[in-house]
Write a protein that binds this ligand. Sequence first.
Ligand SMILES: [Zn+2]
Length: 264
Amino acid sequence: MDTPFGAPSDVIRVGRLGGARVAFLARHGPGHRYLPSELPQRANMWALKSLGVERVLGVSAVGGLRDECGPGTAVLPDQVIDRTRGDRPETFFGGGIVAHVGMAEPMCAALRRAAYEAASAGAQPVVDGGIYVVIEGPAFGTRAESHLYRDWGASVVGMTAFPEAKLAREAELCYALLTTVTDYDSWHPEEGAVDAMAVLSVLRANVAHSRDAVARLAARLPGRDRCGCAHTLDAALMTDPGSMPVEVRERLEPILRRRLGRPS
Ligand SMILES: [Zn+2]
């Protein structure tokens, strides 16, 4: 696909899983070529929205910041702290159309609950809830940063949840994260500092668990009447439709169609 925001990370594969229609997009591209900072997150979310996707599950590898979030554990965060540097495009709006979406609860509670139940039905230890700190990367954090995030009460640290979750909310998509822990970041006294080779080997083991959890989730997706995600723009969209620049409105057509209809 192509989008007004450029090409997505990869070809989007569509099919059926557990009776659900599913679209799969490899965030880091074929062969893992995009840094977290380089991800075309607007193109990715726009493409999923325009395909008719309604719920997005972000599957990702993270570092664990608590004893109970050790390597091999799945964590379903319910909160996020943004420590990116602010140079990742994080909104579809601007250029004449203003919207302010609420992010007090950054995850869709219904989808997060369903993903937690799907993960819990497997063999992997699972943690329900927690704070995900998003860092810019690509380097892992310092020991002092790791201790700081622990003092903030965070459970996991990763590099991709934002702006992905914000863009999903703007596009009126349900969004939740299924994270799996590869390492103890750098705070743990009995573990060495993060080493990319060690991370990779745990990562491979986590992939099988995540695949199984996704298949179980696809078989029991919650109805969208259980959350308000599909109507986010009812309250968030500020600009009078008559004042919207036509070209900006056309660029956002898949996102604005429900609220405004097709541009005339
Ligand atoms: Zn939702």
